[in-house]
Design a protein around this ligand. Structure first.
Ligand code: C2E
Ligand code: MG
Ligand code: MG
Ligand code: MG
Length: 288
């Protein structure tokens, strides 16, 4: 009798797992096809100097329009791309596309400091990662100083020689490195301190916390840590004027978020930037 129960449980368990694996495999196939068919695209979210309102950069964010016209969130398909290895070619494509877009803006006379691109640790660990970056810069004609790679902290990078070598080479080339979602990962501070990075990104969760009884304490800690380590600090997820003011008050001088602008397609950037520039000029005129 106990055997039957055991067999029963086993069947149920493996059936559930089977469905999950099948669903994942199907999704993976769709993702591969979408990538090959050019159905993935990038949106760009403005980043501002919070003191002056000046536009300093853009963050490139990937989008996948699925067959029914809806967008599949990157948080759902990037892990899959990492798992299947597709992230290597996908990520190289993201870097290239973002470099070319930034270059096109420059050619229109729009000069920004940085194009920020999200990079997975899986990409960072590839032997030819730096070559991909170098090639994208060369082909697009973008200066390495205008490119920023955003990586999230991960235990898997700690002690990885190839990862550290890549970081050093990229910094030597002049490419900027930011740690994304800072404070939500698992690497040790002593390790992070040794990494050649330029910038910390305060995670959205800590900006949201400003509205809670906890207030801005974690955001403040990250700001102070960045300052002590000589790093720039940028906040993501600024949704209100109050978030902006609180961050600026604690010394955080860069930010992005829905209060400023949602991510937008490349075609919408020039008009947004123009409108933004004339509105910040008007504000200045108004205060003089
Ligand atoms: P992330 O790099 O931390 O990007 C910030 C996310 O917050 C984006 O979500 C952005 O649309 C969203 N966001 C920006 N401002 C606000 C705000 O004021 N309020 C709220 N609620 N959300 C805001 P998205 O585009 O869905 O991307 C999610 C994550 O997917 C990214 O988080 C990043 O980790 C990953 N990702 C996106 N594009 C790429 C990519 O090209 N490559 C890799 N490896 N990862 C990517
Ligand atoms: Mg990011
Ligand atoms: Mg982030
Ligand atoms: Mg985030």
């Amino acid at each position: 009798r106990s055997k039957t129960i055991q067999r029963g449980t086993h069947t149920l368990f493996s059936r559930q797992m089977g469905i999950e694996i099948r669903e994942r495999a199907t999704l993976m196939q769709h993702l591969h096809k979408a990538f090959d068919a050019g159905r993935l695209f990038l949106m760009y979210q403005p980043q501002l100097d919070l003191r002056s309102g000046r536009l300093t950069g853009l963050e490139a964010l990937i989008r996948w329009r699925i067959d029914n016209g809806e967008l599949m969130p990157p948080n759902e398909f990037i892990p899959l791309a990492e798992y299947s290895g597709l992230i290597v070619s996908l990520g190289a494509w993201v870097i290239r596309t973002a470099c070319f877009a930034m270059r096109r803006l420059q050619q229109m006379g729009i000069a920004l400091d940085t194009m920020a691109v999200n990079v997975s640790v899986v990409q960072f660990r590839q032997d030819d990662f730096v070559n991909h970056v170098r090639q994208a810069l060369e082909d697009s004609g973008l200066s390495p100083h205008n490119l920023e790679l955003e990586m999230t902290e991960s235990v898997t990078m700690e002690g990885s020689r190839i990862f550290e070598q890549h970081l050093h080479t990229l910094r030597q080339m002049g490419v900027n490195i930011a740690i994304d979602d800072f404070g939500t990962g698992f690497s040790s501070l002593s390790y992070l301190e040794k990494l050649p990075v330029n910038k910390l990104k305060i995670d959205r969760a800590f900006v949201r916390q400003i509205d809670t009884p906890d207030g801005p304490k974690i955001a403040e800690l990250i700001q102070q840590l960045g300052q002590k380590l000589g790093l720039q600090v940028i906040a993501e997820g600024i949704e209100t004027r109050h978030h902006w003011d609180t961050l600026l008050h604690m010394g955080c001088e860069q930010g992005q978020g829905f209060f400023i602008a949602h991510p937008m397609p490349e075609e919408a950037l020039a008009a947004w930037i123009q409108a933004h520039q004339s509105s910040t000029k008007d504000e200045k005129k108004g205060t003089v």
